[in-house]
Each structure stands twice: as structure tokens, then as C-alpha cells.
Design a binder for this molecule. Sequence first.
Ligand code: TTP
Ligand code: MG
Length: 357
Amino acid sequence: MSGKRRIIIHVDMDHFFTAVEEREDPNLKGKPVIVGADPKEGKGWGVVSTCNYKARKFGIGSGMPISRAWKLCPEAIYRPVNYMLYEGVSSEIMSMLRKYAEKFEQWSIDEAFLGVTSKVKDYDEAEALAHQIKREILEKEKITCSIGVGPNKLVAKIASDIQKPDGLTVIKEEDVEGFLASLPVRKLLWVGRKTEQKLKRIGIKTIGDIANHDPTVLKENFGSMGTQLYLMAHGIDRSEVEERGEAKSVSRDLTFEEDTTDLEFVFDALDKLSDDVYKDVATRNLWFKTVTVKVRYEDFETHTHRKTLPFATNRLQDLQKTVKLLVQDYLRPDRKIRLVGVRSSNFASTEKQKKLI
Ligand code: TTP
Ligand code: MG
């Protein structure tokens, strides 16, 4: 039935944490870069969060002990995890992606599914849209991503991973089984090392091997997961793209180029930050109840102050007014401010809100 035909896009940033670090510090360009625990000259505990593609050539990868990474590449540049920074970039990118989708699902800090069935006529238009998304992310955020386009989430996700970095892979319905057949089973979502080993014991290495296997034997060996594997191997995935685990808060910070006591300057910055936060919250169709302001003085002493409104709102004025009210206590003629931040939280979705009204 043609009404059921779907087109789904999966976007995944390339070497996300290190890509952001490289963007922030041009000195890192062309060098192997690793984000993770402190290597302490090979004696460090903890693991690699991620590394750039240059470092991957040394055999380094996510989850590897940092001490081993040091052995493989002591000359790499090691950076600690700056989660706040990546969260900020992620939330900018997610708001950007949302506007292209009729249905949107953030999958992880650097991945999202976009349901675009009604936004494009066919796969050619979907491919053009994917190019546009890649361009916009590169222009605005200065990082690259890889995109997969397919008839469902499973295929779109596998496709985005197949030509990294800076890739774009489009798999039409009729090409799905051929595309999957030669890939190793680990490419399937949910197939970890254990399942991979178990499959190997019954002679299954590729997704095609699963597809050609007797589904009742798969079920005997793997229970309901066996049936799931069989369906996935044939490229069947009916799961919907859906908003889930909505953000608990949306925030923006700004560090001034020079510490200041200039009230007008501080208020301007807060208005701008409120505006950014408001836009992000609005694109997610959320209403907020709690507003928090952060102030850091020149000596790095940091204060946060929050207020929960007696009502949920989606109005910019409510955000700006509350922010100004909250910041009052921290404005002192003798203390220079280094950073200000605005956060909105305690969300209700528009849907729920409508029901309340
Ligand atoms: P991934 O998308 O899995 O990896 P990546 O973006 O670094 O590289 P790729 O180009 O292959 O997509 O994860 C996104 C971020 O999540 C990654 O930059 C760092 C973080 N992360 C960890 O902290 N630990 C991990 O084990 C993994 C896999 C990721
Ligand atoms: Mg990634």
C-alpha cells in the first residue's frame, strides 16, 4: 500500500566531541586528537570518549582505555571531556534539524531521525534535502556529519554509518535487501558482541546469512529476538520516528570578552540569551515553568538563582522579565561579571498544555 511508504533520514555527526574541539581550536587541525580521561603519560585511568579519524588510523577508538591510547599514539593531542560545550552545539544542531522534519527523534547527543515522508516527493528530493542539511550544519556549526536515507529507521541508521566521514548514502526500498546482505551482523541494531558470537556458532556472519536462515531455527536459538533478527535482516522495521525523552532543560551561556559592570551590556546579553533559549524551546513545542539565571564574577565565583512561575508559559516576555528579575540580586557596582547564562526547565509539551486549557 503506497500510503504506508515512508522516507526517513538519519543524521550522525562525525567524530562529534573531537570535531567540536577542532572547531574551537584551529591548532588541532591535521593532528590526531583524543577526547577522554587524562592519559597521565600512560598511567591514566578511564577511557577514550572519542577520537578524530587521524587518531583512528592508530587503532584508537571510543571506549578504549586511555592508557592504551597513549601507548598507540603518545603524540596525539589529549583533551578532557567538555560536556557542556558539546551539549550546546548538539542542541543548536537538533533545533536546526527539527525544522526539516515532520517527525523528529533525537537518538543521542549527536544523532537524530527525521521523518520526511510528506516533505519530499521521492528519494531524489530526499537526497537533495540531505545535501542541504549537510551544508547548513557545516556553514553554521563548522562540523561535518554523515547521513543515511531509507524507508525505515533501521536502514537509514545503517546507511549513515556506511560512508563515514562526510558521507551520504541513499537506500531505496527495492535496494534494501541487497544493501544489507553482505554487511556483518554487528551492523544491526541490538547485535552486540555476545549475539555476534552466538550467530557465528551456527554459521551466520552476514546479515544476508540471517535473511537466508530458517526463521523457526532462529526463534529456537534466540527466542523472540530471533524473529526480530529475521525481520531486520530483510530490512523490515516498522518502528515510528517519535519524540522521546524530551530535554529536561534548555540553556545558553555567554562569556564576555571583557569582564564588565556595565548594566546595559549585561541586560542586552541576557535578552539575547533569552531569545536563543526561547527559540529552541518553541521549536520543541514546549512550555516552561522554571527560569534560572547564572552569573559568574571575574573571580569565577558563580551563582545560580531560579524562579518557578505559577503557570507554564511559552512567551518570550515571561522569560525575559523573569531573567531580569532574577539577575537583580547579582548586579553590584564593585563586582565585574565574566559570564551570564539563562536556562528554562520544568517543561510541559504543547499537547499536554492544550488539554489543560
Ligand atoms: P558516536 O556517534 O558513536 O561517535 P563519533 O561521533 O565520535 O564518531 P563517528 O564519526 O563514528 O560517528 O558518538 C557520539 C559522541 O558520543 C562521541 O563523539 C563521544 C561520545 N561517546 C562516548 O563518550 N563514549 C563512547 O563509547 C561512544 C561510542 C561515544
Ligand atoms: Mg557520531
